[in-house]
Structures are given as structure tokens and as C-alpha cells.
Design a protein around this ligand. Structure first.
Ligand code: NCD
Length: 309
């Protein structure tokens, strides 16, 4: 099946193969080489929630491979007139060859995939999953550490509503990572995800303390408190600003440790970290281009040659 709704849609072998393909596509992603592998193909970019990186990197990925992009958002479309997601998807099915969807409701990507013939890539469904982000996160980790196997990874922040951490934690334990889940009590990773991680993986520890394990980490993955998912503002205010990672916090960290963040950041990741050798988040965001190129090719059944260009 060509859809990508959760990381369960990919085997470990497929993940590695996609990362290898993304690696080969790097010169195309950077614009150094033009490889029109997706000429004549149309991507429907459907964003019912805000996005900078995901939408733009999918669009760049498609265009640098010679394809076309149709953009739809809830503003300026018939969604504002009350058109259902089902009906909207029927239109997209007719106008494009593949679609990327981001939606505030958990389950909306699966619902869309069930409603149409064309492949659907989940670009974030509420507090559910964000598997294309996980692919670029894994790409970034592999670039830095040369492997995905057996790393010590801290996931920090809003693990309850943060969909990037739901997809990433699942993928990481499948590659034998040891996970440290760092969050305020009220924003702990959902219990069913934690028990699934424990059933599959190695150690999964939950704590509220960010500083304790920094020195043994290979990856620190910071996340934003997901303000828009809180039922009320007071609850948000209680936890906003819980974590603030500064350059000074990293003094005893391993030299090879990388700091990641799916972005946007609010105040959990200080600008002082930007100039340390550990910062990897801007590169991480760029890596959305080659990895999404690989995902688009896979879902459209386009083989990427061993030697691109
Ligand atoms: C994330 C998301 O939308 O879940 N952003 C992204 O895609 N890079 C993280 C976030 O919004 O905090």
C-alpha cells in the first residue's frame, strides 16, 4: 500500500531503503542537480492546520523533481462553506495523483485514505501521528551518528499532544533505542503508547527532570508545548515555560550529541544553543526535502535510479 498514515506502514527495511534513497537525492534537494523524476505528476497539498516546513518542503520536493503542486487550505476553499472532508477528498482524488494532508482531527488522514484511490501521506493528524516528520528526524539522526541502532534518545516537552514524538518514539524503539521521556506530569506520553514502546523495545524511562540524563544522551529532541490542543488556556499557562534548554546546560554533554527540534520553537530551546556544535534543527528542517522526495517517489511507484542525474 502506498499510503503513509503511521510508522506501522513501513518496515524497518523500507525505512532504511527510503533513507538511502533520500541520501542519493540530496543534490537534487539542494538544487545542484535537476532530476525530473516526477514530471507530469500533481501533488495535492491539503493543510487544514498551520504549517511552514512541512508544506513548503513537500512543495519544494515535488517541484525540484519536476512535478506540480496544488495547494488547499481551509481559508479560501469551500471547507469554509461547510464542505465535508469526504467531499473535498473526492475533488482532490480527481485533480491530483497523490495528496498530503494535515488536519486538526486525529484519524483524519486514515479517513481520507479510506475515501480515495490516490496515495495519502499523513502530514500530522491532531495529536496523533506525523510519520513524514519521523522520516526526516531519522535521516538527521543517521547523518549525525552513522546509525539508527541502539542510541540514547531524550524526548522532551509535550509528549501528550506532540504527534512528532508519538511517531518518532515508535520508530526509534524498533531500532533498539533507549528512550528517556521528559515531560511535566500532565503532558506525559499517552499510557497506551508507553506500553506499546515497552512491549517492543528496550528501556523506556519517564521523568520530569531534563538535566539528569543530558550527559549520557546521543540525541535531545526538544518539542513545543502544543498550546492549540489544550482545552483551556489556564492549563496551558501552568506548563508553558517548563523547560528551557540553554547552551550552558550542554557543557557536560557528549561531543557527538545532537539537539533536535521539529520547530517551530517557542521558548523551550534558547537561541544560545544555535551556535553550539550540537544544534541540528535547521539542518533537520532542510532534510524534509530529500526525505519527502523519497516518500513521494515511493508512493507514486517511481524508481529512483542508483545514480541520480
Ligand atoms: C510539528 C507539528 O506540526 O506537529 N511541526 C512540524 O511539522 N515541523 C511540531 C509543532 O508544531 O510543534
Amino acid at each position: 500500500m502506498a499510503d503513509l498514515i503511521t510508522m506501522d506502514d513501513l518496515t524497518n527495511e523500507e525505512i532504511v531503503e527510503l533513507l538511502d534513497t533520500a541520501q542519493r537525492l540530496l543534490p537534487v534537494a539542494k538544487g545542484d542537480v535537476y532530476a525530473p523524476l516526477l514530471q507530469g505528476k500533481v501533488l495535492g497539498n491539503l493543510f487544514f492546520e498551520n504549517s511552514t516546513r512541512t508544506r513548503m518542503s513537500f512543495e519544494t520536493a515535488m517541484k525540484r523533481l519536476g512535478g506540480e503542486v496544488l495547494n488547499l487550505s481551509s481559508i479560501g476553499s469551500s471547507v469554509a462553506k461547510g464542505e465535508t472532508l469526504y467531499d473535498t477528498m473526492q475533488m482532490v482524488n480527481g485533480y491530483s495523483d497523490i495528496a498530503v494532508i494535515r488536519h486538526p482531527r486525529q484519524g483524519a488522514a486514515q479517513y481520507s485514505a479510506d475515501a480515495v484511490e490516490i496515495p495519502i501521506l499523513n502530514a500530522g493528524d491532531g495529536a496523533g501521528n506525523h510519520p513524514t516528520q519521523t522520516m526526516l528526524d531519522l535521516f538527521t539522526i543517521r547523518e549525525a551518528h552513522g546509525t539508527l541502532e541502539g542510541l540514547n534518545v531524550m524526548l522532551v516537552g509535550d509528549l501528550r499532544f506532540g504527534r512528532t514524538t508519538h511517531s518518532l518514539s515508535h520508530a526509534l524503539v524498533r531500532f533498539g533505542a533507549t528512550l528517556m521521556l521528559v515531560s511535566p506530569k500532565s503532558l506525559r506520553m499517552p499510557a497506551e503508547i508507553v506500553s506499546d514502546l515497552r512491549a517492543r523495545g528496550k528501556d523506556v524511562t519517564e521523568t520530569e527532570n531534563l538535566s539528569a540524563e543530558i550527559n549520557s544522551a546521543d540525541v535531545i529532541y526538544m518539542t513545543r508545548i502544543q498550546k492549540e490542543r489544550f482545552p483551556d488556556e489556564d492549563e496551558y499557562t501552568k506548563v508553558a515555560g517548563t523547560y528551557k534548554l540553554t547552551a550552558g546546560d550542554l557543557d557536560g554533554a557528549k561531543g557527538s550529541m545532537i539537539v533536535m527540534h521539529p520547530l517551530p520553537r517557542v521558548n523551550e530551546l534558547c537561541a544560545s544553543v544555535d551556535s553550539t556544535k550540537h544544534a541540528r534543527y535547521f539542518e533537520q528542517a532542510f532534510n524534509g526535502v530529500p526525505t519527502r522526495m523519497a516518500l513521494l517517489c515511493r508512493s507514486l511507484g517511481i524508481k529512483v535510479p542508483k545514480k541520480v542525474a
